[in-house]
Design a binder for this molecule. Structure first.
Ligand SMILES: Cc1cc2nc3c(=O)[nH]c(=O)nc-3n(C[C@H](O)[C@H](O)[C@H](O)COP(=O)(O)OP(=O)(O)OC[C@H]3O[C@@H](n4cnc5c(N)ncnc54)[C@H](O)[C@@H]3O)c2cc1C
Length: 381
């Protein structure tokens, strides 16, 4: 019998597994991919179980766990239920700009209900002409006597037709055209939402386009100082990249475990697959790569938690985790043969889901750029 290495330990790991079993997250992951469904029921259930915003302080309804523990629990959630539910658990952290910089009444109206899984808040940064290069954002935010009027288009965004509100990044005329963040309820007049074409993976995110044709928000919906939007978002990205890395590794570990067990049973050419070195050696390598990446991700999370500089290590943690996870998932598909390629097994879906990690929250090339800037901080004369 194969001896699988233990999963990373945490006092709440059993609770996560129990929740995943009760909510049948493994099966639901398959259904929400097939139906392109946003899992509102599970979002609510995660909120009730206090599994949303694990790092969020208790005064805002979270568990206030240190980041390395959050990473471990997201790993477990992803191991049992795939990327979807682990990313939903992270959604409040993705909205840290709202929690940390929103006026108290805005936090009460939007952030606390999100912690209970009752309201969904998205992030809208990307535009047709500004993706990796967020500094090129062109959505206009004009000051009015009451607040701001927004004009422009956000594209590629998750929950395009699903979010109850979104943190929208726009160029503010009153801040010498600096970029600011605004909380925008999505049911306001002059907000037009459109679901995009189906994605390769992560279909439950229901990405699409949101057009602002002069939509207005009151002044208190500005998050943080005018013109500071990108700095606030970048601070948050450092943390979320390393937590996403934990999720990708958890998903890949599930397929690795399943494959290690499968190749022990499956026979071809008179032997089990595990007796073929061309099968056994890549699996041994994948096990080592996943664990090495997990230790690196842990180190990145420790650095963020301790307030040490972490831009470079978190950027490379995401890259490293995505690479290790995609290679492992590709081997899982391969060694399950024809069935591995089919939707009857989870490996192809997991590969499709994790593939987004090389693009979303900063493409892999940009992760290298971030790390290189820290390695060679000063421009050459
Ligand atoms: C599943 C998913 C969910 C998403 N959710 C959201 C969301 O909720 N909100 C939101 O605002 N956006 C969201 N996005 C959009 C995502 O943030 C952007 O796709 C990403 O920032 C890249 O921007 P872009 O697509 O415009 O690519 P571009 O900026 O056009 O880049 C295209 C490619 O060029 C390469 N590249 C770019 N810059 C460099 C460089 N400097 N050096 C080398 N190579 C480079 C990379 O390979 C990159 O993938 C999501 C994307 C995905 C896939």
């Amino acid at each position: 019998m194969a001896e699988l290495p233990p999963l990373p330990a945490d006092p709440l790991a059993d609770e996560v597994r129990g929740l995943a079993e009760r909510l049948r997250l493994g099966e639901r992951a398959r259904a929400i991919d097939r139906d392109r469904e946003f899992p509102r029921t599970e979002f609510r259930a995660l909120g009730e179980a206090r599994m949303l915003g694990l790092h969020v302080p208790s005064r805002l309804g979270g568990r206030g766990l240190p980041l390395p523990r959050v990473g471990t629990l997201l790993f477990h959630l992803a191991y049992h239920g795939g990327t979807a539910f682990a990313k939903l658990s992270l959604q409040p952290e993705f909205c840290a700009v709202l929690a940390d910089h929103g006026a108290p009444e805005i936090v009460d109206e939007w952030f606390r209900p999100m912690m209970r899984g009752e309201r969904l808040v998205g992030n809208q940064m990307t535009e047709p002409g500004a993706g990796s290069d967020a500094a090129a954002i062109g959505l206009r935010a004009e000051r009015t006597p009451e607040g701001y009027r927004l004009t422009g288009t956000k594209s590629e965004v998750a929950f395009a037709t699903e979010a109850d509100a979104a943190i929208v990044y726009g160029r503010c005329d009153a801040a010498s055209k600096g970029i600011s963040a605004y909380l925008v309820p999505q049911d306001r007049a002059r907000v037009e939402r459109e679901l995009g074409a189906p994605d390769l993976g992560e279909r439950w995110q229901r990405r699409g386009t949101v057009r602002y044709a002069g939509a207005t928000v009151p002044r208190e919906n500005l998050l943080g100082p005018e013109g500071a939007g990108l700095d606030l978002a970048r601070a948050e990205l450092v943390r979320e990249r390393a937590l996403l890395a934990s999720i990708y590794l958890g998903v890949a570990r599930a397929s690795w475990d399943e494959t290690v067990l499968y190749v022990e049973e499956r026979r071809a050419f008179g032997r089990t697959l595990r007796e073929q070195e061309a099968v056994a050696f890549p699996l041994v390598e994948d096990g080592a790569a996943l664990e090495a990446a997990r230790l690196y991700v842990d180190r990145a999370l420790e650095n963020v938690e301790a307030g040490r500089p972490a831009d470079a290590i978190t950027a490379m943690a995401k890259w490293l985790a995505v690479e290790a996870a995609l290679r492992t998932l590709d081997h899982a598909i391969q060694f399950h043969g024809g069935r591995g390629y089919s939707g009857g097994l989870p490996h192809e879906r997991r590969w499709r889901d994790v593939r987004s990690g090389a693009i979303a929250h900063g493409p892999s090339e940009v992760m290298h750029l971030v790390a290189a800037r820290h390695l060679w901080p000063k421009p050459r004369p």
